[in-house]
Design a protein around this ligand. Structure first.
Ligand code: BES
Ligand code: MN
Ligand code: MN
Length: 464
């Protein structure tokens, strides 16, 4: 039987080329214009699972984008791992900030990735990471050492809130029964120091609309006498944080579970260089909630950020106008035990309360989700940790992430199983940004590490 290491060495060019083909399809879920590419990508994932050796693969239609479901059941007495990933990607804009076209993958060396990285939208988030699972599975099938049952569930709406997946999971509990859920859609500290993501933040996302006069007005004739929605909106937004950068929405922090002193001491042990952090982002200073470190601010603390703001005239030259409306999109990242619906309500009430009489307010909620924390005393976590030790030579550090995968909390609620987040990306891989990339080292290391998770998991499972 071939070791995974030598299998990867022998097949790495093919692994890279197959991923490149997948990355060429622009499966952008946010824009309906890419519907055909969504279908094409689902089809390509289905074929890849069949070729890898799954004994059943199907494309499951939903009210939205299709879900690719595959399984390989060896024996009902064996444990079952459910692998989740998403084949949809974020929009590529702003296109002109890409050094190469987002859907024409190229391999380039970088300081952090001396072995090269694949530059393309979706390379790290999440096509590259989900494809590691397909290739790891291919190895276990070819070499006859798959130790348990496996189910794959690859969706096409993660970047827009997973509403069809929620629909699917609620209707297919039986089909999706499993012992543990395995996801590679997060990152790790560095290529020398692996980490396992033990927490994800929740999310409440709203769009606000401020309406002043019933039409755009001449800013000379009316300026100073009526409320300017853009002036008002920016003032309202500014008031959502106080001078210590705490969020001012009444009740916002009520359900937050504060980290214990021990947890904070543990967190502070993770390697982190503030100077490198600032240098990587070209900022002179960090910024955030008083009383917390940078690592705490971006993982265990809730936040509120404007993601987009618009209104009025933004074309060439000057146009003297007071716009009738102003808009903003606002995300609030949540931590246990904040409830996204409750936070959305608190936000809406507060936003209406602070608005002057001179404007009308409309708040439209978008997708949301609960935060998630993985316990580190279960066999899934232990199996992952051992796998990283075996391939990286050092044990992985548990680390809570600031990102969100809202469906993970729903998995726990509906399928009653824990999720292990074995991510292989780096924060510097520029996910959701221009020039997203995924290290070749990371891609191949992921393929190497995953079969060891399977092996360790089944060994630990048989012991208890
Ligand atoms: N894979 C990311 C989430 C992520 C990345 C978590 C890195 C931890 C580390 C996922 O695709 C994502 O972008 N999620 C969205 C939420 C979604 C509802 C749009 C997010 O976090 O903004
Ligand atoms: Mn993702
Ligand atoms: Mn994403």
């Amino acid at each position: 039987m071939k070791s995974i290491k030598s299998y990867v060495q022998e097949n790495k060019d093919r692994f890279i080329n197959e991923l490149i083909e997948l990355l060429k399809i622009p499966s952008i879920s946010a824009d309906p214009a890419y519907k055909n590419d969504i279908t094409k990508t689902a089809e390509a994932i289905k074929i890849s699972l069949e070729k890898a050796g799954c004994n059943k693969v199907e494309i499951c239609e939903t009210p939205g984008n299709p879900i690719v479901y595959g399984e390989h059941i060896l024996d009902n007495k064996l444990p079952t791992i459910l692998v989740y990933g998403h084949y949809d990607v974020q929009p590529a804009d702003p296109i002109d900030l890409w050094d190469s076209p987002p859907f024409e993958p190229v391999i380039k060396k970088t300081e952090i990735h001396p072995d090269g990285a694949i530059f393309a939208r979706g390379s790290c988030d999440d096509k590259g990471q989900l494809y590691m699972h397909v290739k790891a599975f291919e190895y276990m099938i070819k070499e006859g050492n798959l130790p348990c049952n496996v189910k794959f569930m690859i969706e096409g709406e993660e970047e827009v809130g997973s509403s069809s997946l929620e629909w699917f999971v609620k209707r297919n509990q039986e089909k999706l029964t499993n012992d543990v859920i395995l996801i590679s859609d997060t990152g790790m500290i560095s290529n020398k120091q692996p980490s396992i993501t033990t927490g994800l933040r929740g999310l409440s996302y709203v769009e606000v609309e401020v309406t002043g006069p019933n039409r755009d007005l001449h800013s000379g004739l009316y300026g100073g006498a009526v409320a300017n929605p853009i002036n008002i909106l920016t003032k309202m937004i500014a008031s959502l944080h106080d001078e210590d950068n705490h969020i001012t929405i009444p009740g916002f922090y009520d359900k937050v579970i504060e980290a214990t002193e021990e947890e904070r001491i543990e967190m502070a042990k993770a390697p982190f260089e503030l100077d490198d952090y600032k240098k990587a982002l070209d900022i002179n200073a960090v910024y955030g909630e008083k009383g917390y470190t940078t690592n705490e601010r971006n993982s265990i603390r809730p936040t509120l950020d404007v993601n987009g703001i618009w209104g009025g005239y933004i074309g060439e030259g000057a146009k003297t106008v007071i716009a009738s409306k102003a808009f903003a999109k606002i995300s609030m990242r949540l931590v246990p035990d904040q409830d996204p619906d409750e936070v959305t309500k608190l936000f809406t009430q507060h936003f209406e309360n602070i608005a002057p009489k001179s404007v009308k307010i409309k708040v439209t909620p978008h997708h949301g989700g609960h935060a998630y924390v993985t316990p580190i005393d279960n066999i899934g976590y232990k199996a992952a940790n051992k796998a990283y030790s075996e391939t990286f030579g050092v044990p992985a550090i548990p680390q809570r992430s600031g990102g969100s995968i809202p469906i993970v909390a729903l998995f726990e609620q509906e399928l009653k199983s824990k999720t292990i987040l074995m991510g292989f990306g780096l924060d510097s891989d520029a996910i959701h940004s221009p020039n997203e990339h995924f290290g070749i080292f990371n891609y191949l290391k992921g393929i190497e590490t995953i079969p060891l998770f399977y092996k360790n998991y089944v060994e630990l499972y048989n012991k208890v």
